[in-house]
Structures are given as C-alpha cells and as structure tokens.
Design a protein around this ligand. Structure first.
Ligand code: ATP
Length: 338
C-alpha cells in the first residue's frame, strides 16, 4: 500500500534519505530502526508529505504523492512527545482530526467513546490531559491518531518518553490492537526491543540507506553486516578467514555453519555460542564481569588472544569474577557476516 522508489531527501547537499526503496503491504507493521541521524524521521516526514522528496517517488495505494499536501494523504501521525492540546480535555484531543474532517457531533461522540474503549481508557472523555500519566497520555495520542481511520498510521518513537516496564506492556498492547484493527503501520524507533516486539518486519537504516530488511527473527538471527550486528548489541564480532566449515580468527579456529560465505569476512558469535569449560579445554579467558539479567547471567571474558567475548551462563553455572575458564564455540551460533 506504501511504496518508496529511490526516495531521496537532501539537506544542503547531504542525503538524509538516499535512494530508498521500500514496500509496506496492507495490514503490515514495519518498524524502522537505526542510530540517531540515520534518516528515520526524514523517511516518515517524506511519506507524510511534511518534507518534499528531492528525487524518487512516494506512492500510496499506487498513486504518486508528489504535490499532495500532508492533510490529503490520509496518513495518521503520532510523534514522540504526543503533542496533546493541554487546554482541551481527552475527548477534545481525540476528536480533533474528526472535527477537522467535518464529522458531525453525534458521530464524533460515538467515535471518541469507541476509541477510548479501544485504547483502554473507557470513560476518560472529560479528564484533563495534564492530569494523565505518561502512559495514559500516550494512549490518548494514539486514539487521536487512529480517530480519522488513516489508511497508514505512522509512529515516531511512540513510546520514547515512557519507562521500560510500561513500554514493554504498551508495545504488546499496540501489536494486539493493530492486529485487531488491521492497521497498516510504519513506526520509527531507535529501541531494538521495541521494534522487535512490535514489527512484522524490521528495517535497519544507516546513513540514509536501508542496511537490512527482514522479519525480526531473520534480522536477529542473521544480521546482514557488522554495522547491523553491532547496532543490535552484539559485541562478539571479529575479522575471520573462512575455509570450509572453519574460520581463523583472533580467538583461534572456530567452527562455522556449512554453507557459510568463504574467504575474508567479519564473523559474529552470538553469546549463546560461547560455552565455558575448564581452562585447558578451550580458549583461555579471565572472567571480567558478570551481569545478572533475570534468568541468565551475561559474562564478559578477557581471552588470552583477541577482543573481549560475551557469553551467557545459567545462574548456577556462573564462574566468579577473576576466574580462569576455557571458551568453546558452537557452530550454530556463529554467523559469517557480509
Ligand atoms: N530540517 C533539516 N535541515 C537540515 N538537516 C536536517 C533536517 N532534518 C534532518 N536533517 C539531517 O538529516 C539527517 C537525518 O536526520 P533524521 O532526523 O531523519 O534522523 P533520525 O534517524 O530520525 O535521528 P534521531 O533518531 O536522532 O531522530 C541528520 O544528519 C540530520 O541532521
């Protein structure tokens, strides 16, 4: 339903969006992920019609949007800081887009009630927005964006201001809600957890280009390159020379899955692929730090050769800080990167 063809936006000669091709299907939830300045907001603004494209095309349902102003594109926008109208009550905020569209009062009243029910704030019509919690304000902003039934809903860091626990809850709620409504969503976030929990498809951006696009599982399991792997928080990345099902690296010779690309490539070992043994049975390492993460412990190792390694251990198997251990690598958790 949304197509970008070679979409380009330049600011003073520099491309913030650089010949981007992207398709979003009806009912799909796509999350654009990337570091600060990678062009995520520019992408949203170009689709919304708030920033004109300098090259390429934006199509909605097959129609080129060149020259179509933002308010005629039929897209809903929800920004990071909600931008609720503080002088209006909840109903006044939710009804805003409906009023702009000229909906009659009975229709507005019914729609506002329906939406507040949907976002989990039934009966909140007359409450003052200033008196709402951050999570409640976020729900009101969402109801307001959904009110005119946009064909495409765009969210820019929708949960940016909220604390982690609330974000995790809301993200699960949002996914269920969008699924039920069949909403097509293009969301932007720099938070991987949020993107992976919300999206059917994740698009990773770097310097105005798409570095990788795939299902959360695909991107997580097979990051396309070193940039994406590091951006996702993987630290066990090193240069490697791959021959057959083995790779020579600074950590010694590692097993790699059959069919891996051959020759010189960066190589990623997921932390689950680093198993701890007796020092003599693997790469000798010193345990530097241990970080408790609920059901497991992240262990940072200083190997006798090569960069630091991150491993995960079960709570009861965790070695002491300062202990000498051996590291053994599991081929299934090794990814030869592009
Ligand atoms: N109006 C503007 N004028 C000049 N440069 C701009 C403008 N808007 C964005 N840029 C530049 O374009 C690049 C991409 O910015 P953009 O806001 O799209 O990135 P982002 O990925 O959304 O970043 P963040 O996560 O920090 O919001 C940046 O280098 C930014 O400085």
């Amino acid at each position: 339903m949304l197509t970008l063809e070679q979409a380009t936006v330049r600011f003073g000669g520099r491309a913030a969006l650089d010949a981007v091709d992207l398709d979003v299907a009806e009912h799909e939830i796509v999350c654009v992920l990337g570091p600060s300045g990678s062009g995520k907001s520019t992408l949203l603004r170009a689709v919304a019609g708030l920033t004109p494209v300098d090259g390429g095309r934006v199509l909605l349902d097959g129609a080129d949007q060149a020259g179509v102003p933002a308010h005629r594109r039929g897209v809903g926008l929800m920004f990071q800081d909600h931008q609720l109208f503080p002088q209006r009550d909840v109903a006044g905020n939710v009804a805003f887009g409906l009023r702009v569209r000229g909906a009659a009062r009975p229709e507005r009243t019914a729609r506002v009630a329906e939406l507040l029910e949907l976002v989990g704030l039934p009966g909140a019509q007359r409450r003052a927005v200033a008196a709402l919690s951050g999570g409640e304000q976020q729900r009101v902003a969402l109801a307001r964006a959904l009110a005119p039934s946009p064909r495409l809903l765009m969210l820019d860091e929708p949960l940016g201001q909220l604390d982690r626990g609330l974000r995790e809850r809301l993200v699960a709620e949002l996914r269920r809600l969008f699924g039920r409504l069949g909403t097509t969503v293009l969301a932007v976030t720099h938070d991987q957890g949020e993107a992976f929990a919300l999206a059917d498809r994740v698009v990773v951006m770097r310097d105005g280009r798409i570095a990788q696009s795939g299902t959360p599982r695909e991107v997580w399991q097979r990051p396309a390159d070193e940039f994406t792997a590091r951006f996702l928080g993987f630290e066990n990345v090193t240069a490697a020379t791959v021959r057959g099902e083995a790779a020579d690296t600074a950590w010694g010779r590692l097993p790699v899955p059959a069919g891996s690309a051959q020759g010189e490539h960066p190589l990623l070992v997921r932390p689950a692929g680093v198993r701890l043994t007796a020092p003599a049975d693997g790469l000798r390492c010193t345990v530097e730090t241990r970080t408790f993460r609920g059901h497991h412990v992240a262990v940072r190792l200083r190997p006798e050769t090569g960069p630091p390694l991150e491993a995960v251990c079960a709570l009861r198997d965790t070695p002491e800080e300062g202990a000498e251990v051996g590291a053994v690598f599991t081929a299934q958790e090794v990814v030869v990167l592009g």
